[in-house]
Ligand binder design. Structure first.
Ligand SMILES: Cc1cc2nc3c(=O)[nH]c(=O)nc-3n(C[C@H](O)[C@H](O)[C@H](O)COP(=O)(O)OP(=O)(O)OC[C@H]3O[C@@H](n4cnc5c(N)ncnc54)[C@H](O)[C@@H]3O)c2cc1C
Length: 371
């Protein structure tokens, strides 16, 4: 990391990418002004699973970024326990036949050991995670997967940043203009800095729209549910075999799978489950292009998620919350670009397009901004 002592850094956006930029700028010695449009951030970050998901990342640069980021999360959580990091690993539950064949083939990938992949027979998987139900062949264990508490982490990090005496946070401050050396907010105030980072998540509105034309940013819409607290501890994250269809780590093995069940395919559904520290289960998800005409969320999508969860965990606690979220990724799903960083005015950079890996990779992305 560069030494930023004596420098002034402005960060726009209070989601995980902006907050980690602010955190690492302070660590590098800068004075930081952090601007957020809303009273509290409610973009992609607070809607996600909080999964630090190493298992699914594409071999090479993407995996290296995720591995570095996971280490940084662990290190940061040592400084800020409120982040809620836990190295709980994941079990991807697979049925006999093609899914189990793929899981076993994944054990032979050159980076399988680096990911912490191991096979678990069904009885062993259930010993590790006793809430699993049903009759499956086994599970792919990934010891490097981890989790954080997305909805608590941002506030916990801000509290820690205040303690430096070099951090100023302004919610309800909407950036509407980008200029050489800084940004202008909706009140007309100019925020000048040695470096400015625009971390606004989905920059498809206002002044940001034009700035990102031609970059190839794509929105993906997801459905999510959250249950009442589960009576038991769910000691690992849980996925099902459909997740192999969507994560690029498995792109060269996908030919082993049979076609996905039609309703699940219609919603591009995979099962991911992560228990919150308060016992609730965050369960998802679907992947759709957001509709330009429909503004509602679909019961059919939620049903697909519930059915996938019930097949692996049995009776779910009552569902207490449903929501949708949008992330913005660069290019199509298999695009090798990891995210978009560009200088859009003198000493002003945009950092966006991190896609479905932003919670995992934000610390390492922020580190790259200061290296
Ligand atoms: C449902 C769902 C589940 C996901 N699960 C995971 C997961 O488990 N693991 C994982 O790695 N990734 C996951 N992702 C992806 C991850 O959540 C995103 O990549 C990440 O949160 C993006 O962070 P961000 O800071 O760029 O954006 P955001 O969290 O959207 O934050 C952007 C912030 O910028 C602010 N802002 C916007 N415009 C302005 C402006 N003009 N002025 C001031 N502020 C502004 C917004 O109010 C917002 O608070 C998931 C995404 C979704 C939607």
């Amino acid at each position: 990391m560069q030494d930023c002592s004596g420098q002034r850094v402005v960060v726009v956006g209070g989601g995980v990418v902006g907050t980690l930029h602010a955190y690492l700028a302070l660590r590098a010695g800068a004075e930081v002004e952090h601007l957020e449009r809303d009273a509290a951030p409610h973009g992609a970050t607070v809607r996600n699973f909080g999964l630090v998901w190493v298992s699914g990342r594409r071999a090479g640069a993407e995996l290296a970024l995720a591995q570095r980021s996971r280490d940084l999360w662990e290190e940061i959580a040592g400084e800020v326990p409120g982040v809620g990091f836990r190295a709980n690993g994941s079990l991807t539950v697979v049925a006999d036949g093609p899914e189990a064949d793929l899981a076993r083939a994944a054990l032979q990938l050159p980076d399988a050991a680096e990911r912490g992949f191991e096979w678990r027979d069904w009885s062993e998987a259930r010993r590790v995670n006793p809430v699993l139900e049903g009759d499956f062949a086994g599970a792919l264990w990934c010891s490097r997967d981890a989790a954080v508490e997305s909805r608590r982490a941002l506030g916990a990090l801000r509290e820690a940043m205040y303690e430096t005496g070099r951090y100023h946070y302004s919610p309800r401050t909407d950036v509407v203009g980008v200029h050489d050396g800084g940004v202008r907010d909706h009140r007309g105030e100019f925020h000048g800095a040695d470096r400015t980072y625009l971390c606004v998540g989905g920059p498809t509105h206002g002044v940001f729209r034009e700035m990102h034309e031609g970059v190839g940013l794509r929105e993906v819409h997801l459905h999510m549910i959250e249950t009442a607290p589960h009576a038991r501890e769910v000691p690992t994250a849980v996925a099902n075999g459909d997740s192999f269809r969507y994560y690029p780590a498995f792109e060269n093995l996908r030919h082993l799978l049979s076609p996905q069940e039609s309703t699940a395919a219609e919603w591009a559904n995979q099962l991911l489950v992560q228990q919150r520290l308060d016992g609730r289960l965050t369960v998802g998800d679907t992947h759709e292009v957001p509709s330009e005409t429909e503004f509602w969320s679909s019961e059919a999508a939620y049903r697909v998620i519930e059915e996938a969860a019930a097949a692996v965990i049995g009776d779910l606690p009552a569902i207490e919350r449903r929501w949708t979220g949008i992330y913005v990724q660069i290019g199509e799903r298999d695009d090798p670009r990891l995210y978009h960083r560009a200088e859009v005015a003198r000493d002003v950079w945009t950092v966006t397009g991190v896609g479905g890996r932003g919670m995992t990779c934000a610390p390492a992305i922020a580190e790259e901004s200061f290296s």
